[in-house]
Design a protein around this ligand. Structure first.
Ligand code: GCB
Length: 614
């Protein structure tokens, strides 16, 4: 019965879901009035004493970290009151960044920590104020000046809350409870192949706007050669206002008027002078959106590339031309001995620079969750196509409609955040999820959600491979929902195949869709050379493995791209070989300190040779 109810909920939810998935506030491209990065104080709360009601005891106010109370002042007063926290005098941490890397004693902490930031805010009359959190892993409970103002689930997507009526001119007390614990109903679930990275891992910004403001504005190029845009006003005067879109570099200005709901649309044939965005020539235009609202005016500028992407048979077409995706997968970890998943512009450029100039690549698989906005913007600027993924990884609770709703919301939050990024061409709805009816229904519903929200990009998922002798197949009913088939293949690393056997493997896959190898890889400890025996974990084996797998890949007629696993060694609690791994997944082509392994060069030469043929 539970299954039937779940099934009906999945089917019924699909059509109407798209409309209700738009986050109520976006403020994506809006500059911050104040970046709240920097020094915060914190207090651990492993037993959740700030929140819990155990044995009928109501959570004790003396433990509630989110209270707007000056503990030091209270302690000077005589009387029975006392406190078991004081965030004003707590230890400090530099945010954004994961606590696991910031403080040695928090290395394996998995639970709730309260963070506090005090700040002043100068607010002009009539202005509205918002806090925008780019990511808190995994759950966030937000309090401003003692008042609960927001909750959010999902460690990699942004959320915005209005604070106009809660903000003070001085001494604001922003308290965020960040809870990193995962369970059977979270996305991802409890076990992954990457580290915990709990905390406020991306920037928190205070944003100020006029009473009615541009919350969101988009522009893209259609297959028919039109520039199609939208603008969303938010506020008491959002309806029926004149708005405009201007691209000075193209001499283009378009006028429109918002409808009753505050939305306006633009549509014009693209000028012949338009330079399309591509990896070889990543042209970005400054696009200015403007709204006149009575005597007020609001402006928003975004840097946007314009290009088309489509599939035709087994080809992926960028701007109408077949393209081969020369890529690599990466986690969001900077090149550092002690990564904190604190990815700023510089770190994003350094990582992507390794792909663009080091590997001669044109593509990155940003696995296994939405990466930071800095990464997407760097990809736009450097000219690297992007696969973006939500963390429906290995297994989640397929039968639970609430879990599907979470996945849909994460997908929507990513999609509304990134839909102006020309680099982004592929949405992935899952990674290595085991084939079963309930899982396929879940993914099919997600695929429909993506298509309802964005018709201008391709849908894929990283699937599992099936082996019959020397033939590899993908026996997955999900194939029919996807524009692009992607598969993770590890013959020659996991299992007993010799590398000679890998080169002989053949693929039996549908001829009418493009295929990507979304992963293949082998661990190597940087500096471990074994030129004679060429054993696993040596750089020599990893390089041989790449040669064999690339030779096998060259025999697959519909293969249209590669994103081997993985650019850089990354921390994973699953990887505990005391000599070779020491808590790191060593499939990186570069080590945690940035040292290139032999296989880096094998892949770079391969991509260079493909470039010269095209
Ligand atoms: C996979 C997973 C990836 C792992 C990798 C590995 O298939 O998608 O998250 O890290 O294999 O190293 O085994």
């Amino acid at each position: 019965m539970r299954r039937l109810v779940a099934l009906l909920a999945l089917v019924a939810g699909t059509a109407s879901a798209a409309d209700s998935l738009r986050p109520p506030l976006l403020l994506t491209a809006r500059p911050a009035a104040q970046d709240l990065s920097g020094t915060w104080t914190y207090s651990r709360d492993y037993y959740r004493t700030s929140l819990t009601d155990i044995n009928g005891w109501v959570a004790k106010s003396r433990m509630q970290r989110f209270r707007d109370v000056d503990v030091a002042t209270e302690e000077k007063k005589p009387g029975p009151t006392f406190f078991e926290f004081d965030l004003d005098r707590g230890p400090t941490m530099t945010l954004p960044g994961a606590w696991n890397s910031a403080v040695p004693e928090l290395r394996w902490y998995d639970g709730l920590i309260w963070f506090q930031r005090r700040f002043d805010a100068s607010v002009s009359a009539g202005q509205r104020s918002f806090l925008r959190f780019e990511a808190v892993n995994y759950r966030a409970m937000v309090y401003l000046n003692g008042k609960a103002i927001a909750q959010h689930e999902g460690g990699f997507t942004p959320f915005v809350v209005e604070v106009t009526n809660t903000l003070r001119a001085t001494g604001n007390r922003l308290v965020v409870g960040a809870d990193s614990r995962h369970d059977a109903q979270t996305i991802p679930g409890e076990i992954t192949d990457w580290d915990l990275y709990g905390g406020i891992t991306r920037p928190v910004k205070l944003i100020q706007t006029p009473a009615t403001f541009i919350d969101d504005a988009t522009l893209r190029l259609t297959d028919a050669g039109h520039l199609v845009g939208s603008l969303q006003l938010n506020g008491p005067q959002a309806g029926h206002q004149p708005v405009s879109l201007r691209i000075a570099a193209l001499g283009l200005t378009l006028q429109a008027r918002t409808d009753a709901a505050g939305e306006a649309h633009f549509d014009v044939a693209a000028p012949t002078s338009l330079k399309r965005w591509s990896p070889e020539s990543p042209t970005l235009y400054d696009v200015d959106f403007e709204a006149e609202i009575g005597s007020d005016r609001d402006r928003l500028r975004d840097r946007i590339g314009l290009r088309t992407v489509a599939v035709r048979g087994s080809d992926i077409l960028l701007n109408g031309q077949p393209i081969f995706l020369k890529g690599i997968s990466l986690h969001e970890e900077e090149i550092a001995v002690n990564p904190a998943r604190r990815l700023d512009d510089g770190a994003a450029r350094r990582l992507l620079g390794e792909v663009k100039t080091g590997l001669h690549g044109n593509y990155v698989r940003l696995s296994h969750y939405p990466h930071s906005e800095a990464m997407l913007r760097a990809a736009d600027e450097l000219g690297l196509l992007v696969w973006s993924e939500i963390p429906v990884y290995w297994t989640v609770d397929w039968d639970n409609p609430a879990v599907l709703d979470k996945a849909r919301r994460m997908q929507a939050e990513t999609l509304y955040r990134d839909r102006n990024r020309a680099a982004l061409i592929l949405w992935s709805i899952g990674n290595e999820t085991p084939v079963a009816d309930n899982r396929t229904r879940f993914h099919a519903a997600l695929a429909q959600t993506v298509r309802a929200l964005d018709t201008s990009r391709l849908v894929s998922a990283a699937l599992l491979v099936e082996r019959q002798g020397d033939t590899l197949r993908i026996a997955d009913p999900l194939l029919k929902e996807l524009d692009v088939i992607a598969v993770n293949t590890y013959a020659g690393w996991y299992g007993d195949d010799t590398l000679d056997a890998v080169a002989r493997l053949r693929w039996d896959v549908p001829a009418d869709k493009p295929l990507l190898f979304s992963e293949f890889g082998a661990d190597a400890q940087a500096g471990f050379r074994d030129p004679t025996l060429r054993r696993k974990f040596s750089e020599d084996y990893q390089a041989d493995y790449y040669r064999a797998t690339l030779a096998m890949a060259a025999q697959v007629p519909t293969l249209r791209g590669l994103s081997p696993w993985v650019l850089k060694d990354f921390r994973s609690p699953r990887r505990e070989h005391p000599i070779f791994q020491q808590g790191w997944n060593r499939k990186g082509l570069i080590s945690e300190t940035g040292q290139r392994k032999l296989a880096f060069d094998v892949l770079a030469k391969h991509y260079e040779s493909l470039s010269s043929k095209r």
